[in-house]
Design a protein around this ligand. Structure first.
Ligand SMILES: Cc1cc2nc3c(=O)[nH]c(=O)nc-3n(C[C@H](O)[C@H](O)[C@H](O)COP(=O)(O)OP(=O)(O)OC[C@H]3O[C@@H](n4cnc5c(N)ncnc54)[C@H](O)[C@@H]3O)c2cc1C
Length: 244
């Protein structure tokens, strides 16, 4: 039987949680919820009183086991059309039009195995977090490294949860590009090929890679890994926005 076509539905905002100064998670209750795969996204459509519409994609942060709801984690882009609406206008109980889940390529589930290298820039961590949450919920021990680029330590989305989940084969390696606290021993620069080489060496051969974030980061990661001998068909990418 062919899958039912995706339709727009009206979700209710059932919770809002601040993650960092610039990012918040929005729990949406969906009347026509469908199971999703970690890495998929929803489309959001806003309609103004004059009929003008703006549509954007947002990755699902919650694991597939959370039925009836999805969490979207949205970074506020100051001069944006849609993300400031979520941060500045939407309140718990408000309605928002969405369609999903969408995407079949940038997805992971434990059956796909690893070792897994997840590389995130900024809010690019969102679909990777769904994978990490699913891995944890399933009790899966696939060796997994998250290399996560953020401006500073306070800009690391899901920091406490990642700290708590680390171990059991999960390594979390933040790299801070603008500022780092005194005594910081982690990476403190943009992701580059030598950094990828170090991370790969510790992870073992033939990793499955998911890279997500600004275009420049994703392109650096994809090109760097292929230079380092990772087969291109093991590298999956998702670009979130302009090259910054
Ligand atoms: C498959 C997919 C999944 C996505 N998932 C997420 C997610 O989980 N969380 C999330 O926060 N975003 C996500 N995005 C990005 C999101 O769709 C929007 O592009 C983003 O929220 C900006 O929309 P806006 O309407 O606020 O800004 P716009 O009105 O589109 O842009 C305003 C200005 O900001 C610039 N800009 C646009 N996007 C960015 C950016 N990411 N960083 C810096 N500057 C930008 C634009 O070039 C423009 O100058 C995803 C994108 C894709 C394609």
């Amino acid at each position: 039987m062919p899958p039912e076509p995706l339709v727009w539905q009206i979700a209710t905002v059932s919770a809002i949680r601040g993650e960092t100064e610039r990012a918040s998670s929005f729990t949406l209750s969906l009347p026509a919820w469908r199971p999703h795969r970690a890495g998929q996204h929803y489309d959001v459509r806003l309609t103004a009183a004059d009929g003008y519409q703006a549509q954007r994609s947002y990755s699902i942060a919650s694991p597939p086991a959370h039925t009836g709801v999805v969490d979207l984690t949205i970074e506020r882009i100051p001069d944006g059309e849609v993300s400031p609406y979520f941060h500045d206008v939407l309140e718990v109980g408000d309605l928002v039009e969405v369609r999903g889940p969408i995407g079949g390529y940038f997805v992971w589930e434990p059956a796909l195995g690893g070792p897994l290298l997840l590389v995130a820039g900024g809010s690019g961590v969102v679909p990777l977090m769904a994978m990490i949450r699913q891995r944890a919920a399933a009790g899966d021990t696939t060796p997994t490294t998250l290399l996560y680029s953020a401006r500073d330590v306070d800009d690391l989305i899901y920091r406490d949860e990642l700290d708590a989940l680390a171990g059991d084969g999960l390594r979390v390696l933040p790299t801070l590009t603008r500022a780092h606290p005194p005594g910081w021993t982690g990476y403190a620069r943009r992701v580059d090929e030598p950094m990828l080489a170090e991370v790969l060496a510790a992870l073992g051969p033939d990793p499955l890679v998911y890279a997500c974030g600004p275009t420049l980061l994703v392109e650096t990661v994809a090109a760097g890994l292929v230079n380092l001998g990772v087969p291109p068909d093991r590298v999956r990418t998702e670009r979130f926005g302009p090259s910054n």
